[in-house]
Every structure is written in C-alpha cells, then in structure tokens.
Design a protein around this ligand. Structure first.
Ligand code: UT7
Length: 340
C-alpha cells in the first residue's frame, strides 16, 4: 500500500573513456586520478545521444520493469544540468515525445547533482494527490559535453548516463501526509554558487549599439564548467553525513540500522569520509564511480537500478539516498524500499 517505486532503469552509453585515454593529452596519470577520486573510466554520449535520448532509454527500461503502459504516465520530471536545449524546450518534453507518453505533463528540474532527490520529492507529491496516475523521475546527463577538456582537475571527474524510476500510488489522496514513511530533507546554500558554475545564461545584459540604439549580443557562447574542487569537497564531506544522520534521527533510527546508503557518486574519498563520519562500514555504501565517474543527477538513479538488478536492493531494506551539487544544493531521502 502507498507510494512506491514500481520500476527502475538505467542507461550508460557504450563509448568508454579511460584515465589512460585522458593521460594521452593531459599531464595526468591513471594512478593520480584513481588515488584522488576512485575513478578509472567514464562513459561518453556518442553521436546522436543526448540527455533526452539516454533519459528515454532509462525510462523505457523502468516502465518495462514496472509493467506500465505509456498512457498510464501522468508526469515526467527530468533532473538534468545538461539539457538538450538551453534551456527550452525542456528535455522532459523531448523524453515525453520519445516515450509516447501522451497523457503526461513534463518539466525539467535543475538542482545539479542533488536533482534526483529534488525531482523524486516533486513526483512523490504528484502521485500523492493524483493516485490514479504514475510518474517517471529521470536523472540524465551529458556532462562530457560541458567539461573543460583542458582542465585536468575537473574533466577527469565526470561521465554521461541516465537513470529512472517509476512511481505509483495505491492509496487515497493525501493519505501519505498522515503517516511517517519516506522522509526527505532538501537544502541549499547559494553562498557557494560560484564553486561549480557554467555561465552562458541570461545574467549578462546586452549592450546598446550607440549609433543604431539597437541591442547587440556577443558572439555564440559555448561555456565550459568551472569547478573549485577543494571547496566542493569540503562542503560534500560536511553535508552528506549531516543530512543522512539528521534523517535517521528524525525517524528514530540509528545510522547502523541502515541497510544501504546511496550517496551521490562524486569522489570515492568523499564517500569514504562520509562513512567514517557516520561510523558505518564502507560496504553499506553503493560505489560504482570506478566505471561511471560523476554522472551528476543520474548518479543516484543509476546506482538504485544497478543495485535492484543485482539483487542488492530488495524490499524492506532501510536506505538513505543523499546528494549534493552545484548551487550549492543538497538533499536526502530515507525510505524503506520501495515505499516512499
Ligand atoms: O558533484 C560535485 C562535483 N564536484 C566534485 O565532486 C569535486 C570535489 N572535489 C574533488 O573531487 C577534488 O578536490 C579533486 C579530485 C577535484 C582534486 O583533488 P585534490 O586532492 O583536492 O587535489 P588539488 O586540487 O588539491 O590538487 C593537488 C595537486 C595540484 O598540483 P600542485 O598545485 O600541488 O602542484 C594540482 O594541479 O594535484 C594537481 N592535480 C593533478 N595532478 C595530476 C589536479 N588534478 C590533477 C590530475 N592529475 N588530474
């Protein structure tokens, strides 16, 4: 009974870029990258692949696992920092068309690497109030298209891919608010907005040509991501353990009672530090960034799907999903899988 994840799916593009590949053009080594991040390789979206096409593939697999039809889907939420367009039409609308979910509303949500947690909460609210409809939540990224491939301290960190879940509700509208089930904590700290950024938005004003009085815009901008790694690292280590522990405390659970933690896959050292702070064995933390690297909003749903398909995330497990990212944003959800 209640709001549930009824299917998961994920997609990683077949093209793989190893650390050794990167070391052929930058002053770095597989040894440095692996020892500082836990990453050996990452997937890269190929020609014709976009956040929308990868998201649609992950969503289709999640729909198949859930056994739902296109018509049953009432909402598609796409968390992404690498939309197909800049920023409209939304990637969610392209996904909706690719999936043929003609009854679904669709929108993108931007909360960077914490985007999946934010999007899950939006969709949870939707199926709570419209229990006859199902929702798809997708995290999808084509980050290799926006990293600065000449910056060895940031380009090594990111990869492409998508993950998705389907949510359904089989209880009366509003009933979820009466019970304690999943619990979510969302937060932001805009003071760190400049720690991870990609410019090229509408922040800069146009200049007026003095002779014609007509606004002029600068040439086409193809901005790359900038990253203050140290600051983000410190924020992540502080935040992940705090959010996960606060969630446990609110629900009267001790962290050691958790079966698994699905933390955003940014850096293995961040996850190790979180495990130490929470006094949990590292084995409780899902780790896949050795081969996926940081896929931002896609990292948690990819991890969930891999764990489900490997039989490592099964009904009744108490889990915390927790993420952080540009903004700065952070968020976590505690649930007894697959109930939300
Ligand atoms: O989803 C959120 C996204 N962001 C993140 O997750 C970023 C979190 N931050 C990190 O993961 C780490 O800060 C990095 C992996 C980015 C960097 O690791 P670090 O241990 O903080 O290295 P550092 O920036 O302090 O750099 C140490 C040295 C520097 O050399 P000097 O100045 O000491 O001579 C860097 O130039 O390591 C150098 N360095 C590298 N050397 C070889 C930086 N990147 C590389 C590299 N290969 N790829």
């Amino acid at each position: 009974m209640g709001i549930k994840v009824i299917g998961t799916g994920s997609y990683l593009p077949p093209k793989i870029i190893t650390n050794d590949d990167i070391a052929r053009s930058l002053d770095t080594t597989d040894e440095w990258i692996f020892s500082h991040t836990g990453i050996h390789s990452r997937h890269m979206a190929g020609e014709g692949e976009t956040s929308a096409t990868m998201g649609a593939k992950a969503a289709r697999l999640a729909m198949e696992a859930a056994g739902v039809t296109n018509e049953e889907i009432g909402l598609i939420v796409v968390a992404t920092s690498t939309p197909d367009y800049n920023p409209f039409p939304s990637t969610a609308c392209i996904v909706q068309d690719l999936l043929g979910c003609t009854n679904a509303g669709a929108f993108d949500l931007q909360a960077a690497c914490a985007g999946f947690i934010y999007a899950l909460e939006q969709a949870r609210g939707f199926v709570n109030f419209y229990p006859d409809k199902k929702a798809i939540v997708i995290g999808t990224e084509a980050l290799t298209r926006v990293v600065d491939w000449s910056d060895r301290s940031s380009c090594i960190l990111f990869g492409d891919g998508a993950g998705a879940v389907v949510l359904a509700n089989d209880e009366l509208p509003g009933a979820a608010s009466l019970k304690t089930r999943a619990h979510t904590l969302l937060g932001a700290d805009g003071k760190g907005a400049h720690f991870i950024a990609r410019s090229g938005g509408c922040k800069d004003s146009l200049t007026i040509n003095p002779s014609t009085g007509v606004p002029e815009k600068a040439g086409p901008i193809l901005p790359e991501m900038t990253l203050q790694g140290h600051d983000v690292f410190a924020f992540a280590v502080r935040t992940l353990a705090k959010v996960a522990s606060e969630l446990c405390e609110k629900l009267g659970t001790r962290p050691e009672e958790l079966d698994r933690v699905f933390a955003h896959q940014a850096n293995a050292r961040i996850i190790e530090a979180t495990a130490r702070r929470m006094k949990l064995p590292l084995e409780k933390f899902w780790l896949n960034l050795q081969t996926t690297a940081n896929t931002s909003a896609a990292s948690i749903p990819i991890s969930l799907d891999q764990a489900v398909r490997a039989g490592k995330l099964v009904e009744g497990m108490r889990i915390v999903m927790v993420g952080f990212g540009a903004g700065l944003t952070y968020g976590g959800t505690y649930c007894t899988w697959p109930n939300l």
